[in-house]
Design a binder for this molecule. Sequence first.
Ligand SMILES: [Zn+2]
Length: 117
Amino acid sequence: MEKKPTSSSSIFERLRLMKKCPFCEYNYEAKKVVVLEEYEESRLVHVTCSDCNSSILHIMLVTQVGLNTMGIITDLSAEEVKRLRYSSGITEDILLDFHKFLYNSNNSFSKLILDYI
Ligand SMILES: [Zn+2]
């Protein structure tokens, strides 16, 4: 597999990001790095591989004992992470609406699940 050189390694060094996709080892491209949040040395960064299209959410926190980093595999786009990060989550009304949806006798989804059980 060809290893395309990165157009700009400085963003990876500045953000302390890994430069290669852990799945296919393709070099990440700077244009696929989205900084979602940044406070001093702590940040939340979304990176998508141009080759295999996998995405990782990098969380970097500076604490009293040093820099802590964590990468989480995600199928969310950067825009979805932004939207969901501050959403109110699932409310009781949403759950009740879903319950009603599932138990509606005219609902084919409900029939599909009941047939499966
Ligand atoms: Zn990849």
